[in-house]
Structure formats: C-alpha cells, structure tokens
Design a binder for this molecule. Sequence first.
Ligand code: FMN
Length: 188
Amino acid sequence: MKKSLGAVGELFPQSVFIIASYGEDGTPNAMNAAWAGECDYGHIAINLGSHLSTANIIRRGAFTVAPANTDNIISADYFGIAKGEKVNKARQSGLTFTKSEHVDAPVIEEYPLTMECEVVSVEGDEKDARIVGRVVNVLVDEAILDEEGRVDFSRMRPVVYDSARRVYRVVGAPVADAWSVGKALMGE
Ligand SMILES: Cc1cc2nc3c(=O)[nH]c(=O)nc-3n(C[C@H](O)[C@H](O)[C@H](O)COP(=O)(O)O)c2cc1C
C-alpha cells in the first residue's frame, strides 16, 4: 500500500555545500546551501534566496563550494544560521579564509575539498537566484586521498542534509558497484 504525500519538496537528503564569497569591501563570507548540486561535469547549480552571499556572488562573478564533512559540522551549520549582514562569520568561525588563486572568492582552508567556480549564468536576481558556476579548479587535502589519488569519502566523511528531520547524516559505506550490478537484469 502506497501513500501519496503530495508535491513535497523537502524529502530526500541533499549535499551540504558551504558557499564562500567576498563582499563589496572584500570581507569574506560563507553560507550553507543544500539546494545545490553538480548539474553536469564541471558545473554546479546553486539555488539562493535573499542573502548577502547571493548579492556577493552576483557582484563578484565567483564563489567557492566546499562540501561539509563531519570534522566541520559546527561551522557548516553556523554558516547556515548566522547572517553575514550582521556578523563577520569568517572571523567568528575562527577558520582561515584565503584568496583563491583562480577565482575572486575565498577558500576555507579547514574544509578538505573546495571547488573554485566562476559564475556562468544567473537566473533571477539578488532576492532569488539560480546560479550556475563553472568549476575552474578543485583543491583537495592530500589527507583525504587514497593510494591512487582518488578522493576517499570514508576519510573525508561528507554529510548530507535530511530536510524531513532537520539533521545532518554522514555519507555511508559503498553498497554496490555502479555501471555493473544492473547487468544482472540484462542477462549478463
Ligand atoms: C541545512 C541548511 C541548508 C540551507 N540551504 C540553503 C539553500 O540551499 N539556499 C539558500 O538560499 N539558503 C539556504 N540555507 C540558509 C542560508 O545558509 C542562511 O540564510 C545563511 O544565513 C545565509 O548567509 P548570508 O546571509 O551570510 O549570506 C540553508 C541553511 C541550512 C542550515
């Protein structure tokens, strides 16, 4: 027996991305965005409401994206509840914001993986925008790479946001080989 839930939009765990940007005067800022994701190879789409970050990103044409992980969970949530208009979140977080070498946006050193993005399209405005960024470089801490140089998610421990329960969940163990287990239904 299935139950219809209607057109609910807050159902399935989503990536937790920390989006960092510079203000007009160069002050670094960061926000939490779960309504965001990689929309193809090399592009990230972010859906932003009316925030300082939205205005920053549109003005500067750049942002960085750092997936939140368990080691950074407190600052990740802080970036999603404090307002850059009211407080210098970079300073309050105690984290190290450094200028990206590739785009006009900060890199948060303590986050193990950062995608540096230049804005390629903006749908909407500073109050409500869907922004697509092209990833021009990815920075990664060697500590989360495996012996073959691939990002090892069991070392990084990224989290997703479960909006139905308002909790963060850690990404778990692999369950099957992709592009492979489905072959069982192809008679192979
Ligand atoms: C778990 C979580 C997910 C969020 N996802 C989004 C999102 O996808 N888009 C958005 O506009 N705001 C989102 N927010 C809210 C912003 O992060 C929040 O309003 C933040 O204070 C904005 O920062 P700023 O005002 O310094 O730019 C989220 C907050 C949390 C805690």
